[in-house]
Design a protein around this ligand. Sequence first.
Ligand code: NAD
Length: 356
Amino acid sequence: MIQDFHYRALPIDVYFGNGESKNAKSILNEQGFSSVLVITTPEQKDSGLEMAKHLGDLVSEVYPHAVMHVPVEVADKAVEKALDKNIDCCLALGGGSTIGLAKAIALKTGIPIVAIPTTYAGSEMTTVYGLTENKLKKTGKDIKVLPKVVIYDPELSLTLPADISASSGMNAMAHAVEALYAQDKNPIISMMAVEAIKSLSQALPKIVKDPQDIEARKQATYGAWLAGICLGSVGMAIHHKLCHTLGGTFNLPHAQAHAITLAYSAHYNRNADIEAMDKLAQALGGQSHEEVGQLIYKLNQQLNIPLALKDIGLPENGPSEVARITCESPYYNPRPYNQDELEALLKLAYEGLAPN
Ligand code: NAD
């Protein structure tokens, strides 16, 4: 059934292709940027320096200080640097953490972002920003943080280790899954979501087997792009809210927390939007909405992703704390929930027991 909907396409220039990042200089020139802050994590500093070499006199400085979940102190220092250097563009080269720091700068200063994503997190396609203060991660939406240009170069993901690739890909999958049953879902985004789920579920096992498989990398990047559009175009549900709390309050690795929890969130919602969940099951190679949790759990197993939240650092009081914090600010979900139900969901995820 097609419901009435409102759909707004994202105003982003997207370039996609193997080796595309080598055109960054001409793309920045075309956009009229002349003083660029290249942002990376400390681990990707060398890639930043290499990019700076390619960009030559367009670069003001390489800033390798992005960390996960954008702590406000890190954001404040970066804003100071951007203002001090009088830059006219942030080039974020990296995953969601790097793009997140560029977004924090854009939020305060309005300086436009050019993103070159090197994971599958999808932040480059959204107006969503996140900041963590006093162990609480707060998110908001602002058009200022939406990148102006995104350059997808699957070759850059060849260095992403198999385990991070797998969980990052499942993070993208989570965006597509929740887009299928979003409160404001629409037929275009649902098509993209199904295509994203198919692409990611086909590509990720190949990448885990051979991280140098460039065709699989391309397919995963394509899936991640579509999933990012899903995330940027419709509202998410309780799964995303749970993962924000797992990350912000317990500093769990973002992508792994998403991958593990997704099996349980999907299982919880399996009967709440049967049409959407049947689509999800079929995109994952199954038949019926009843199976979605198990299908995601099995895919995680196939990808060698840790199956239990306790194995990635959640303490024993985690499930009850996360359930409590989540219920403090209500969030849309296709199936109603209360604190006890969320705690039960998280306890299963804590133990890594198959959803049933
Ligand atoms: P990340 O950016 O923290 O990257 C993980 C690690 O992989 C880092 O050490 C990074 O340097 C390294 N890395 C990245 N690409 C690499 C490559 N190609 N080769 C080798 N190493 C590489 O992880 P992430 O999962 O992409 O991002 C997580 C963050 O993004 C979280 O803070 C999350 O909240 C945020 N996020 C935000 C949105 C949004 O819309 N605002 C969407 C998704 C994720």
